[in-house]
Ligand binder design. Structure first.
Ligand SMILES: NC(=O)c1ccc[n+]([C@@H]2O[C@H](COP(=O)([O-])OP(=O)(O)OC[C@H]3O[C@@H](n4cnc5c(N)ncnc54)[C@H](O)[C@@H]3O)[C@@H](O)[C@H]2O)c1
Length: 401
């Protein structure tokens, strides 16, 4: 590139200033209103506000053994369960609990238990959540909420009938980048989200792995929540329609499987209730890609890997720092009880533990309540149906109140 070209390109793009959130930005004005870029007022120390103890039963000794119920000052692990003896023993050891049951169905009969953590195989979630609610206990479930619309309807019906709390342990919600994006959105700094991307890549997860081999040729869009969270979890808005395509897996399991599923990877384009677009990828069959990521393009700013890029934009102006800026966000998640671990998946497991227990202590709906959980789950079920119909555009039913 010639020097003059470089100069004119620089003039065209304007000056870019990078700042750390909360320090150098004097203020951002959206449509004439001043907004602060960070939630600086959050307390830095967790404070115990109640002596109440939630007695939890934990079911499922795989991923279910990776949470921190035993470390929370407002929680007691009352009992654990797994159908498999070795996994049951593991749960007893991890949670330092000497009471166990041979199955979830037996555990829910225990009157001492207030709430149950359902970390069983995904195809059983719908049935297990309903079993928990029917027995008068609150429920936190691993993702996805369910794998069929029928199960989702049953969960919603029992949630509304009982008024008990239902939370989905979607780990992406408490990843530091998504958590920041959510507070940026809530302050109006993005405006509406024009377009977003949510991606979940896990090569070879689709083998005969898990209880009764439930992951074997699992339709990717029946496991959408790590990716759909990058729109739904940020905005609490909804997907209204979808068109989706799939890549036909070359492994023999894709010719013949319980799900009648030919696809090892699926891409869906959703219409959003804000009038925007969201592209979701869930891939089992692409080596070299691993993990969960998302990007958001708002009317006034773009967010990617914990950096907010602001432009001069219609209606959005910021003061004192040139004509364009990048704001690098740090970790602004709320404080955890002392001595509580954060765990894996971006350190989200400790936050999910704390959020469920505090929702019960404070008698409020949890951050990822039944409606948010359904909004992250049901669109994937419709996306898989669309992929089986070679991309036919399908409406997504509403399950909101
Ligand atoms: N990032 C994440 O959010 C994340 C990561 C891993 C797994 N998960 C989810 O966590 C859940 C568990 O994952 P996993 O890898 O441990 O699966 P898994 O299939 O290995 O384990 C499920 C366990 O549930 C037990 N079980 C089934 N029915 C039962 C019953 N009626 N009573 C007692 N125990 C019963 C089985 O014996 C098994 O040990 C899955 O739904 C998965 O989708 C989420």
């Amino acid at each position: 590139m010639k020097k003059n070209d470089q100069l004119s390109r620089r003039n065209f793009l304007g000056k870019i200033t990078t700042v750390t959130a909360g320090l150098a930005v004097a203020g951002i004005t959206i449509s004439g209103k001043q907004v602060a870029p960070l939630q600086d007022s959050d307390p830095k120390q967790w404070k115990q506000t109640s002596d109440k103890k939630i007695r939890i039963g934990v079911v499922g000794g795989g991923f279910g053994s990776a949470f921190f119920w035993h470390q929370h000052p407002n929680c007691i692990v009352e009992a654990v369960s797994d159908l498999q003896e070795d996994r049951k023993k593991k749960l007893m050891k991890v949670y330092n609990c000497d009471k166990s049951y041979e199955s979830l169905e037996k555990l829910v009969l225990d009157d001492k238990i207030d709430a149950v953590a359902v970390f069983t195989d995904a195809p059983s979630h719908g049935r297990h959540i309903v079993e928990v609610l029917k027995h008068g206990k609150h429920c936190i479930t691993a993702v996805p909420l369910s794998m069929t619309l029928e199960d989702i309807n049953r969960v919603k019906e029992w949630k509304e009938k009982t008024g008990l709390k239902v939370m989905m342990a979607e780990t992406s919600l408490y990843r530091s980048d998504l958590y920041n994006a959510k507070s940026i959105y809530e302050k109006g700094i993005f405006g509406k989200i024009v377009y977003s991307e949510g991606e979940y890549y896990h090569p070879n997860v689709d083998t005969a792995w898990g209880y009764k081999e439930w992951r074997n040729a699992l339709p990717p869009m029946l496991y959408p929540t790590h990716a759909t969270a990058y729109y739904i979890g940020v905005t609490r808005k909804r997907f209204s329609s979808v068109s989706s395509l799939g890549f036909r897996g070359s492994a023999p399991r894709y010719k013949n499987n319980e799900y009648n599923n030919p696809f090892s990877s699926e891409t869906a384009l959703f219409e959003t209730s804000e009038g925007g677009m969201s592209r979701i990828n869930v891939f089992w069959g692409a080596e070299g890609a691993h993990g969960e990521v998302g990007r958001l393009f708002g009317e006034f700013g773009r967010f990617d890997k914990n950096v907010l890029h602001l432009g001069k934009g219609i209606g959005a102006k910021y003061e004192g720092i040139g004509d364009r800026t990048q704001i690098e966000y740090g970790d602004n998640r709320p404080p955890l009880p002392p001595h509580m671990d954060k765990g894996g998946h971006g350190g989200s497991q400790g936050y999910l533990t704390n959020e469920f227990i505090m929702a019960l202590v404070e008698d409020r709906e949890p951050l990822i309540d039944v409606y948010e959980a359904i909004a992250m789950t049901a669109p994937g079920i419709m996306a898989h149906k669309s992929a089986l119909k070679n991309g036919e555009r399908l409406n997504i039913p509403s399950f909101d109140k």
